[in-house]
Design a protein around this ligand. Structure first.
Ligand SMILES: [Zn+2]
Ligand SMILES: [Zn+2]
Length: 232
């Protein structure tokens, strides 16, 4: 017989509130959230037990990575948010382009082994690339990389330099100029979409259940293996 606790947990609402300590890390980018900084708390069913678990993100990370969840919380919050317009516009763009929330950050390619998730060609070592991740069951898992020149074909837009800078704080102006130049030279998309089933469901929610066809095909590239906590 299943042991059931007498208390039924009510579903908690998502919140925007200051971090009580500097110990929590952002679920989206993995960096610490400073004590006192406003953060977004997303409530999701606890995968390991009853009730909900709260997942904390920096506000810019939440706008970029969990737009459909941040937007209503942002609209109803009376917290003293520094740049609500930027957050709202970033979230709206992510809802408009449903793969855009997969963008994790920009980085220089460490090896020449990874293949671009859009065009499937190798990404040479030393060039700027876009790292992608997928949200499922309360976790973000790396799913590969894109040429910056394949942003339009895969993400649906090249208006991403400002979010790249927010998501990649160590990028300086010179690096941003290099990335901007690459964004202006987009490659045509692949003739056959790598995840056609996923592409067909144009209006589907970004937070679709993890068993979708797109996720089933998701395989980390060799470089990601050590960063992957567990296989889904
Ligand atoms: Zn973050
Ligand atoms: Zn490519």
């Amino acid at each position: 017989m299943l042991h059931r606790r007498a208390i039924q947990f009510a579903s908690m609402a998502d919140v925007i509130q200051p971090a009580t300590s500097g110990r929590a890390k952002c679920r989206g980018c993995g960096r610490p959230i400073a004590a006192g900084e406003l953060r977004f708390g997303e409530s999701l069913p606890n995968p390991y037990g009853e009730g909900d678990a709260v997942y904390w993100l920096h506000l810019p990370c939440a706008a970029c990575m969990r737009p459909e969840k941040l937007l209503p919380t942002l609209a109803s919050s009376d917290a003293p948010i520094a740049d609500p317009d930027w957050l709202r516009e970033a979230a709206e763009l992510g809802i408009q382009h449903r793969r855009l929330p997969r963008l994790s950050h920009a980085e220089r390619s460490k090896s020449g082994r990874a293949r671009c998730r859009s065009c499937r060609e190798a990404i040479p070592g030393g060039v700027w690339r876009l790292a992608l991740q997928m949200f499922e069951e309360g976790r973000f898992s790396p799913i590969g990389y894109l040429h910056v020149e394949c942003a339009e074909a895969y993400l649906g837009t090249t208006s991403i330099l400002d979010r790249i800078r927010r998501l990649t704080p160590d990028i300086d102006d010179a690096a941003a100029a290099e990335i901007s130049e690459l964004l202006e030279h987009q490659r045509p998309g692949p003739a056959v979409e790598e995840d056609a089933a996923d592409g067909a469901a144009e209006g589907e929610a970004v937070a679709a259940p993890s068993a979708g066809p797109d996720v089933a095909k998701t395989r980390p590239l060799p470089e990601d293996t050590t960063r992957r906590v567990r296989e889904s």
